[in-house]
Write a protein of this length. Structure first.
Length: 431
């Protein structure tokens, strides 16, 4: 995968409120699962094969990071990657790559567990508020790691070279921390218990991958996960990454706004249950069959509603910005309450510049009044999910919109313009 030009931009000719999109959107593998599966390859003594890996920038970053420390990552064909730990493996993660995406921190678990030490900079990612790593520091200390911080880098060292199983009671649910400690527990001595663990489907996918390789893990799908430590894992067959529920939800919201017959395929509707229910209650015609969700376009006036983000199975924070765009086209007043990140409503001002009627209450809450006629605007994509929300807003708006910093969108959505063109969107990428 070639690196996307970070100066590229989208030019979108909006539909002006018309319901004109039709066709099929094929959903790719989940970004938030694939990145953790790649990190987990460190726990295996043989080659790991991953299928249905999304063609996104964050996968490129993780590939670069792993290759740099001695984990050989090879792309065999579209969506298929081989990963194998080399004979010499460094435990020091490069600054320039690690600082650009938060998923780099999940490598701390498997590297520390296998090699007894790991060094990394403070992780990066989308600029959506404070994302402290205290939960990781506390957990690894409980597992017997010594932690030093100097000049923006952390050094974790396992006492005696091996982590010790323990009970980690997380003060707040964290998907990344749950996954990191689960991976670390696979090679720790004794039993590791994670309490107040997250419930996201991506965690279940990672656990299945580890269990298939020989790990002893119970309690997946509950808030208490138990890992019995053992030796290195053995990959017996390729692992297929589960579909990306956030990508599927994003296109479903677009279809609900502008589709007359749009099929979202290769998805898991069970992971979209709450979103589908909200859209149906608002007046959107939706049919679910197997791995396909179809927006029929048979709907009248869309009704507004209040939205509150929450950990899974609640409404995902990653779909909050696209859903806010949906609310701008509904009849009435809807309140959006972002409970996960305090800085994730910063995009609202840009939507208001397009004609949306949005009132900011505080860092966590906005009021959206609709319906509003949106008009084309030149915007800067501030982060991954808000960037895709701007794309949706531009598509339903009247006139031309230009969205800069498309690299942010490429981090988590593969072949965006190709998939949008397939259902009738007038979009082009300029570099």
């Amino acid at each position: 995968m070639s690196r996307t030009n970070e100066n590229s931009r989208f030019v979108i000719n909006g539909l002006g409120g018309k319901r004109a999109l039709s066709g099929e959107v094929i959903i790719g593998g989940a970004k938030n699962a694939a990145l953790k599966l790649m990190a987990a390859s460190v726990l295996f003594k043989n080659k790991v094969i991953l299928e249905n890996v999304p063609e996104i920038e964050d996968i490129k970053r993780m590939s670069d990071l792993l290759n740099a420390i001695g984990v050989v990552v090879s792309k065999k064909k579209t969506g298929v990657y081989d990963l194998r730990v080399g004979r010499r493996c460094s435990t020091s993660l490069l600054d320039d790559i690690s600082k650009r995406f938060r998923a780099s921190i999940v490598l701390s678990g498997p590297l520390l567990a296998r090699f007894g030490k790991v060094s990394f900079p403070h992780p990066g990612g989308c600029l959506i508020g404070e994302r402290p790593i205290d939960i990781f520091l506390d957990g690894f200390r409980k597992m017997g790691a010594q932690i030093k911080e100097s000049k923006g880098r952390y050094l974790f060292t396992a006492t005696g070279g091996t982590l010790t199983g323990t009970t980690i009671h997380m003060r707040q649910q964290s998907v990344t921390a749950t996954e990191t400690f689960m991976m670390a527990g696979v090679l720790a001595s004794g039993e590791t218990v994670i309490k107040n663990a997250s419930l996201e489907p991506e965690i279940e996918d990672l656990a299945k991958f580890l269990i298939d390789g020989g790990a002893s893990i119970t309690g997946i799908g509950t808030t208490t996960i138990r890992i019995c430590g053992g030796g290195l894992l053995t990959a017996l067959s390729p692992h297929r990454v589960l579909p990306d529920r956030i990508e599927a939800g994003s296109y479903l919201i677009l279809a609900a706004l502008a589709g007359k017959d749009v099929k979202i395929t290769n998805c898991n509707p069970w992971h979209l249950e709450l979103l589908i229910e909200l859209l149906r209650d608002s007046g959107v015609g939706i049919v679910v069959s197997g791995d396909t969700v179809t927006v029929t376009g048979e709907q009248g006036t869309l009704k507004s509603f209040d939205l509150k983000t929450h950990e899974y199975p609640g409404f995902p924070t990653d779909l909050q910005a696209p859903m806010t765009v949906f609310l701008t086209q509904t009849e009435g007043e809807g309140k959006v309450f972002e409970t996960i990140f305090e800085g994730r409503l910063g995009y609202a001002e840009a939507l208001a510049s397009m004609g949306a009627d949005i009132i900011a209450m505080d860092a966590h809450r906005i009021i959206v009044k609709g319906p509003s006629s949106l008009h084309g605007k030149t915007l800067e994509s501030p982060d991954l999910r808000a960037g895709l929300a701007f794309v949706i807003a531009a598509i339903i708006a009247k006139g031309i919109s230009i969205i800069h910093n498309v690299y942010n969108i490429d981090r988590g959505y593969d072949h965006v313009e190709k998939k949008l063109r397939a259902i009738g969107v007038d979009i082009k990428r300029l570099r």
